[in-house]
Design a protein around this ligand. Structure first.
Ligand code: MN
Length: 313
């Protein structure tokens, strides 16, 4: 039974005191924690609209609206596990490689303490150093909710590290198994008709938004379970997988996407997979409208936390 609980909103109003993820205490002693939530305030891999470095702070604020118990199961991850906000990962906004090293080191420490990390970005390149830390021993499975594959090779004349390339690097570095890798939600125009060829040849399963609607929810979930099964998986959720009607505050919006309700049902249905880490990325508060994207991210982060802790099972 867990000892660590969010600040009571019946005692301290939601708008009061210092904002932390889900009003959990800040605890940096990882030995006390089963799961930890950290911010990675870094967007040095962004190729277009920046601002995801401001994601953790705004999502902490928005997460004060998220209560403790799941609305369907009526269960709480905080009853089952010790979970806390461990603060932000150190980054260097002026040096990409230094940031990748700092992020990897931060997560290596978390892995050593056997705590399961859940991260709030930051742009999507943060997933690479996190996977370098947690996928080092054996390649992981990966479930990616995203409107882009992020398996491009290079940008701007051979540059290998951007938020459009993390999972190409992760496959090359043997951090993830491409045959145990599912991307859901792809849409939007491509740079080239062969943009997805490399990933597909490696065995990555890509379910486009169009394919999802064609096959339907149940068949899609079945397909994901057939591929990821009992594998230890990482769960990466790019907020741009959600339609910009609901989540406009992001770097690379793509219209024609999932609504929040659909994303909730998808996340809930993945509760029997074995997730050993997760992140939600690409919230860019400067492009947001009335903080609505941060609220969507905070709400879906809670759904992911419930799925990762199997609290609804
Ligand atoms: Mn992405």
């Amino acid at each position: 039974m867990s000892q660590i609980k969010p600040l009571s909103s019946m005692q301290t109003p939601r708008f009061a005191d210092v904002a932390t993820f889900f009003r959990l205490p800040i605890i940096k002693d990882l030995d006390r924690l089963d799961y930890c939530i950290s911010g990675v305030p870094w967007d040095g891999g962004t190729t277009n609209r920046p601002g995801a470095r401001h994601g953790p702070r705004e999502i902490r604020n928005a997460s004060s609206l998220v209560r403790l118990y799941h609305p369907v199961s009526l269960k709480s991850p905080y009853d089952k596990f010790n979970i806390a906000d461990i603060g932000d990962c150190p980054v260097n906004p002026a040096d990409l490689q230094d940031s990748l090293e700092k992020i990897e080191k931060f997560y290596e420490n978390i892995v050593t303490s056997k705590t399961i990390p859940f991260s709030i970005g930051g742009d999507h390149l943060i997933s690479l150093p996190i996977l370098r830390a947690i996928g080092k021993k054996k390649p992981l499975g990966l479930f990616q909710f995203d409107s882009h594959s992020d398996t491009w090779d290079t940008y701007f004349g051979g540059f290998k590290y951007t938020h459009g390339t993390p999972f190409r690097r992760a496959i090359e570095e043997n951090l993830i198994d491409p045959k145990k890798y599912v991307i859901l939600g792809l849409r939007g125009a491509l740079y080239d008709p062969n943009d997805l060829t490399w990933a597909r040849k490696k065995g990555v399963t890509i379910i486009t938004t169009d394919e999802y609607y064609e096959m339907g929810f149940s068949k899609c979930i079945e397909k994901i379970y057939n591929i990821l099964g009992n594998t230890d998986c990482y769960f990466t959720f790019d907020i741009d997988g959600i339609d910009p009607t609901f989540a406009p505050g992001t770097g690379t919006p793509e219209v024609g996407g999932f609504n929040v309700r659909e994303a909730q049902t998808i996340i809930r249905a993945l509760n029997k997979l074995n997730f050993v880490g997760g992140d939600i990325v690409e919230v860019s508060p400067p492009f947001d409208i009335n903080n609505m994207t941060s609220l969507v991210a905070a709400t879906l982060a809670f759904e992911m936390l419930c799925t990762m802790t199997k609290v609804n099972n």
